[in-house]
Design a protein around this ligand. Structure first.
Ligand code: 13P
Length: 342
């Protein structure tokens, strides 16, 4: 794939307020989410849940791409159609998570480094053959007063850039995800400083590895106080800090910033995205979404593992997609939340 094709794919993923569903939880992580609702987790129930989301009738109006996990991209629907083809047929671009998880960083037990570079070129070739046109790699940065260390920022930024360069060589658009966690009692100001440092380290590493910024997307956290911080911010404060941080550190060549939800509830994540997009002033990239939990939680609860609830699950998913799409255009209103009940 040429650079031009990578650019076109990246731009299409963030066009018209459409965004990305991150449905790439590993079987172990999805099992934890199922356990909370006492849903039995098997390859088949996980496929049923994903197929419910992937076939939601109006989802393609709001969702441009879906990130799958290795198990899912190898699964087929009842008619024998691979789930990746099911997506492509509806105009949704299939994506794939390619990192192999965050492991303990040697020499710094409270920090992590994401692994998965070994053999990545061959895995990308296989996923491309299976229909994947974009990929995801998540770096995890923990915050306390003492960390992150420079070692963890640099090591994770380097791995993200190596991954991104390999993706582009194989014709796959990389989503570069440096996630600063919201777990902890840190202030919004500390989140801004740490996120700025990590994003800057990532941009530097991308430049060093000759990654074409036009053919990738950045997937960061929003700038918010830690979940245990006694002083929580208003949506307006979150929006101002978020836009300021990314204006300072993200080159205009990157077509889109697609935020993760990071544990924010669906309503909060939607409101924050909307406030960010409502702000005036230069915004050289699309400010969009690649939510996991904030897009899926309500649908998972509505479905609750029961065949009879499949339609209710799709209604809940479609409702959240509609709201988040509006937020990416800065035209979401709280009144939209009542439309599902109506
Ligand atoms: P959340 O929106 O649940 O944070 O998931 C996004 C994601 O892809 C995390 O890697």
């Amino acid at each position: 794939m040429s650079i031009l094709n990578l650019e076109r794919t990246a731009e299409a993923l963030v066009a018209d307020g459409k965004g990305i569903l991150a449905a790439d939880e590993t079987p172990a992580t999805l099992t934890k989410r199922f356990d909370v609702l006492k849903i039995t987790s098997t390859p088949d129930t996980r496929r049923t849940f994903r197929e419910m989301l992937f076939t939601t009738p109006d989802a393609p109006a709001f969702i441009s791409g879906i990130i799958m996990q290795d198990e899912t991209i190898r699964q087929k629907d009842a008619a024998g159609t691979p789930l990746a083809s099911l997506l492509a047929r509806q105009g949704i671009t299939p994506g794939i998570k390619v990192d192999t998880g965050a492991k303990r960083l040697a020499g710094s037990p409270a920090e992590s480094i994401t692994e998965g570079l070994d053999g990545l070129r061959d895995r990308l070739k296989e996923y491309h053959q299976m229909g994947a046109r974009f990929a995801k790699w998540r770096a995890v940065i923990h915050i306390t007063n003492e960390i992150p260390s420079v070692a963890s920022l640099r090591a994770n930024a380097h791995a993200l850039a190596r991954y991104a360069a390999l993706c582009q060589e194989e014709g796959v658009v990389p989503i570069v995800e440096p996630e600063v966690l919201m777990d902890g009692s840190h202030s919004i100001e500390r989140c801004e400083v740490v996120t700025g440092s990590m994003v800057q380290a990532t941009i530097d590493a991308l430049f060093e590895q000759r990654v074409c910024l036009e053919g990738m997307l950045l997937k960061p956290n929003m700038i918010i106080a830690g979940d245990q911080c006694p002083k929580q911010s208003t949506a307006q404060e979150v929006a101002l800090a978020t836009l300021r941080c990314f204006r300072r550190h993200v080159p205009a060549a990157i077509p889109g910033i697609v935020f993760l939800s990071g544990g924010q509830d669906p309503l909060t994540a939607t409101t924050h995205l909307n406030e960010i997009n409502k702000l005036n002033g230069p915004k050289p990239w699309k400010l969009n979404f690649s939510f996991g939990r904030a897009l899926q939680d309500e649908a998972l609860q509505a479905w609750n593992g029961k065949h009879n609830n499949l339609e209710a699950g799709q209604r809940a998913f479609s409702h959240r997609c509609r709201c988040v799409n509006a937020a990416a255009l800065g035209i979401y209103t709280n009144a939209m939340e009542g439309e599902l009940a109506a």
